[in-house]
Write a protein that binds this ligand. Structure first.
Ligand code: NZQ
Ligand code: ZN
Length: 387
């Protein structure tokens, strides 16, 4: 097991009605709140009204319209609002897109230049406004981690900033807020949760036994509860277990004692940067293709462990068990009605080379991934799921 530091300062308030803590908690930061939200789901399901009613004593400024795959232009707008109105705290009400935009706004508010500079040079990330979250979709884990992924629509780059100052101070996670999620968002969120676990599970370090067993439990939770939540959107048990799974999948707990660069995420981020597809949908297409590409004599033991412990496969031969585990993963994504090919989401081969080069340039995939992948290997992965 590798050495590690584990320090997650986010105050999680989990369960029905926990939103009532907002006035008391936000008051600790001040009175002026920037309310950041998306395209309108919170107005349709009533969460917006609840927030406004709870915060009547506060001065609220609103930044609506945060896009899925949030854009740099929204961050610029939010940072300007924070400076203009001398905002005390940012309240993100939504999913990963709103939270990530809020995180980037929170540190850009203290930076005089363009927010994209903070992506290019992380040493400029020195200070951030406090961030509070009301989570309405479970997928990214952004509610309890220090990362934020933003798309620069001028350059087709979708890149992350990450620093301890970006942990939300507070995250309200009420599973009943997930009841209005469309089945497709439930499914793509589940794939994202599972991908986060798998990115950390498929690493070279074999000594982090406890971390691996926790990871397998989170995967089994997703496999058990996602179909139930899709079938019965207001199943509290399913929604609550998925919601907590998403948080612990990417709050650094499952990377404890391990380490290395991720594989499917840098590849998928190119797809959503260039084609603006849903992150979880891209992962559902890329993950099985990646698994087939990296299965080898060196990796078959860990893939067989994944097959046996996650998918209950009893096959004694490692290679056969590993292949069966990959097939079960593919079949599960199919059962969630996720697309299986790039063609199905309107992506042709024109930019395969360019996207593969960018994935290599902007991540550690070629040097530190479970199986290091160069540009040509990534192009082959794209080709294998082109359709
Ligand atoms: O915009 P509105 O109208 O609110 O609708 C949203 C959006 O269209 C809708 N939605 C959210 N809650 C709902 C709801 N619809 C009905 N009822 C509800 N309760 O769902 C759609 C997707 O929302 P979004 O926030 O985009 O989803 P998600 O949480 O999956 O976030 C995706 C973004 O996060 C990034 C992704 O790349 C993508 O940009 N990621 C962030 C990470 C992080 N910060 O740690 C890690 C991830 O790997 C990921 O890269
Ligand atoms: Zn993800």
């Amino acid at each position: 097991m590798n050495n590690f530091q584990f320090c997650v300062p986010t105050d999680i308030r989990f369960g029905k009605g926990q939103i009532s803590c907002l006035p008391e908690e936000l008051a600790k930061f001040g009175n002026k709140v920037l309310l950041v939200y998306g395209g309108g789901s919170i107005k349709r399901n009533g969460i917006y009204d609840t927030v406004r009613e709870l915060l009547t004593e506060f001065t609220l400024y609103e930044l609506p319209g945060i896009e899925p795959n949030p854009k740099l232009t929204s961050v610029r707008e939010g940072a300007a609002m924070c400076r203009q109105h001398d905002i005390d705290v940012i309240l993100a009400v939504g999913g990963g897109s709103c939270i990530d935009a809020s995180k980037h706004i929170a540190c850009s508010a203290y930076y005089d230049g363009d927010p994209w500079d903070l992506v290019k040079d992380r040493s400029k990330l020195t200070k951030a406004l406090p961030i509070a979250v009301v989570l309405t979709i479970c997928a990214t884990g952004s509610e309890m981690n220090s990362g934020a992924v933003i798309t620069n629509e001028e350059t087709n780059e979708k890149l992350e900033i990450n620093a301890p100052i970006l942990y939300p101070a507070l995250s309200v996670c009420d599973p009943t807020y997930l009841y209005t999620l469309p089945a497709r968002q439930t499914a793509s969120g589940t794939v994202d949760i599972m991908s986060h676990v798998m990115e950390q599970y498929f690493q070279k370090n074999d000594g982090a036994y406890l971390t691996d067993r926790l990871s397998e439990s989170v995967l089994k939770t997703c496999i058990h509860y996602a179909p139930i939540a899709m079938e019965k959107p207001d199943d509290y048990e399913a929604r609550s277990n998925l919601m907590w799974a998403s948080t612990i999948a990417l709050n650094h707990l499952l990377t404890v004692g391990k380490g290395g660069a991720w594989s499917c995420h840098p590849i998928e981020h190119e797809l959503s940067a260039y084609y603006d597809i849903t992150h979880g949908v891209g992962l559902a297409i890329i993950t099985p293709a990646w698994m087939h590409a990296v299965l080898s004599e060196q990796t078959e033991e860990r893939f067989a462990m994944f097959a046996r412990n996650v998918w209950n496969i009893t096959e004694p031969d490692n290679r056969t068990a590993a292949e069966m585990g990959i097939e079960r993963t593919e079949a599960f994504f199919r059962s969630l009605h996720m697309p299986e090919t790039l063609k199905e989401v309107g992506i042709g081969s024109e930019k395969f080379e360019e996207m593969a080069a960018e994935a290599v340039r902007t991540s550690g995939i070629a040097a530190r991934a479970y199986v290091p992948l160069d540009q040509e290997s990534i192009v082959r992965i794209f080709e294998s799921c082109a359709g």
